[in-house]
Design a protein around this ligand. Sequence first.
Ligand SMILES: NC(=O)c1ccc[n+]([C@@H]2O[C@H](COP(=O)([O-])OP(=O)(O)OC[C@H]3O[C@@H](n4cnc5c(N)ncnc54)[C@H](O)[C@@H]3O)[C@@H](O)[C@H]2O)c1
Length: 267
Amino acid sequence: MTQPTPAPGSVALVTGGTGGFGRALATKLRALDVTVVLADLDSDRNRQVAADLDSQFVALDVTDRAANETVVAQIEAEHGRLDAAYLNAGISAAKSDDALDMDEFMKVVAIDLFGVVYGVEAARPVIRRAGGGAMVVTASLAGLSPMAGDPGYSVAKGGAIAFVRSMAPRLARENITISAICPGFADTAIIDRIRDQFTAASFPVLTADEVADAMVMAWTSAEPGAAYVIQPGVGTIPYKFKGVPSAKTATGETAVVPETLRPPSMR
Ligand SMILES: NC(=O)c1ccc[n+]([C@@H]2O[C@H](COP(=O)([O-])OP(=O)(O)OC[C@H]3O[C@@H](n4cnc5c(N)ncnc54)[C@H](O)[C@@H]3O)[C@@H](O)[C@H]2O)c1
């Protein structure tokens, strides 16, 4: 079945936009006549990458809550709208030994989890004013299957998936679909430290292009709150969450959480 594509002339923000997934995504979105704003740490290299992709560059450190607001306000002022926010910036730990490096742990969580939360907070009113749209969070398979070598990354990505699922109903009421993509290892700079080990073991890794296809799909076709697993040789599939046992009443019936404890979107 052919997937719907974003409308030409729509506007997308991509954080971590000059990295591997961001570049592959920008290429696809520009081919669809989407206006692309790549937000990333400020450097000559990153500015040049955006220019080469016929995309706008904005300097953004996603851990700066106020700066997230400034960037989306600037996009709305300049382009009149924001239709999609790709909250994609991320890092992983620089090493994987048995010590728990708390400084590094906090840094990874600040970027990979709080960077997403601030991005959602900032983009929400602007996408709502555009009549609705999409937020796509680049989580990771590590958020569903924690990595023993990187606790901070696992916590941040698991938290990002939980955040997406928790926010989905209220955003859906505003015509905003939020979803997460959860790629396995993919060939970008983030795996530079460990790429040789994959090669030596003939372990398959995704291309950035395969992941970017899933990111485009998530804009137009995601289910609210869904987490899409992407794995080499498997493709993109929605992860089936198992759920948890419900509480039982004294008579053995399934207990229903009181309506007043649910957000308006769930009543
Ligand atoms: N490549 C993989 O194997 C893989 C797998 C699953 C998930 N991911 C996730 O995909 C996302 C994109 O990563 P990638 O694979 O393209 O790697 P990448 O290293 O090429 O890109 C990451 C980008 O994030 C930017 N960034 C880092 N800190 C930032 C900050 N504080 N503010 C703004 N931008 C910041 C970097 O400058 C870089 O451009 C990340 O969230 C990563 O965790 C990657």
